[in-house]
Design a protein around this ligand. Structure first.
Ligand SMILES: Nc1nc2c(c(=O)[nH]1)N[C@H]1C(S)=C(S)[C@@H](COP(=O)(O)O)O[C@H]1N2
Ligand SMILES: [Mo]
Length: 221
């Protein structure tokens, strides 16, 4: 009798161990909550196949950040005449824009996603930037920073996205906000953005830029 108990105990432990391995998603994100998150995610847009909003990639400097939206604010500050602090609901009230844009990482992968969010130009202009402001520095919740020329943001009419493939941005993709830095390498796509700083330093270097990656970050296609 003891033997039977031992064997069944062993089997139970062994089987749950196996199912843990099977459950384990190759992309390292736990499956149950993610499936719920992704309900409603579109797979195709205007005849083009989309990449999943959460892919098999995570090279964030401090791992995925989980933001408490109730205390979250986005600041626009630095060389501006009108410092702005916006809550998430206030951000959602602004005019929305949709763009189908591909993110290219220096590691070689890319992701084509339908982004939806607000205009960076409209947002920054609300803060009334001073004429000396030439660089826009993005600060993120994980301490990451990167920057783009203010002139480039205007020229390309860049957006700050809160949705990907029609679903609320998953934490992995930068919830609540990611910079959709069209035509620039992935390291310019700041996620979990908390502060936008206008600066007169045209040579400002962010996290990866100060570690040898070019400040232009142009895609080589
Ligand atoms: N806050 C923050 N934003 C970030 C990063 C980061 O580490 N922290 N990594 C960048 C890089 S290198 C890329 S390629 C894109 C997508 O990163 P992912 O591969 O981790 O999804 O996010 C960018 N934005
Ligand atoms: Mo990257």
């Amino acid at each position: 009798m003891k033997k039977v108990l031992l064997v069944s105990l062993f089997l139970t432990v062994f089987l749950s161990f196996c199912s843990n391995i099977i459950d384990d998603n190759p992309d390292s994100h736990s499956s149950a909550s993610l499936a719920q998150f992704r309900a409603g995610e579109i797979k195709e847009y205007q005849g083009k196949l989309l990449s999943p909003a959460v892919g098999p990639r995570d090279n964030s400097i401090q791992g995925v950040q989980v933001i408490d939206i109730n205390t979250y604010t986005l600041r626009v500050t630095g060389l501006v005449n009108n410092d702005l602090v916006l809550t998430y609901p206030q951000i959602l009230e602004l005019t929305t824009y949709k763009r189908l844009i591909t993110l290219y990482c220096v590691e070689g992968w890319d992701a084509t996603i339908l982004w939806e969010g607000i205009s960076l130009v409209e947002l920054i202009e609300r803060a009334n930037p001073r004429s000396e402001a030439v660089t826009v520095i993005f600060h993120a919740a994980d301490g990451y920073t990167t920057s783009l020329p203010w002139s480039l943001i205007k020229e390309k009419q860049l957006i700050l996205a809160y949705k990907a493939n029609e679903i609320v941005l998953p934490p992995e993709m930068g919830y609540p906000l990611i910079v959709v830095a069209e035509d620039k390498l992935g390291y310019k796509w700041a996620r979990w953005v908390t502060k936008i700083e206008l600066s007169d330093n045209k040579d400002y270097k962010g996290y990866w830029e100060s570690r040898g990656y070019t400040n232009e970050a142009d895609i080589n296609r």
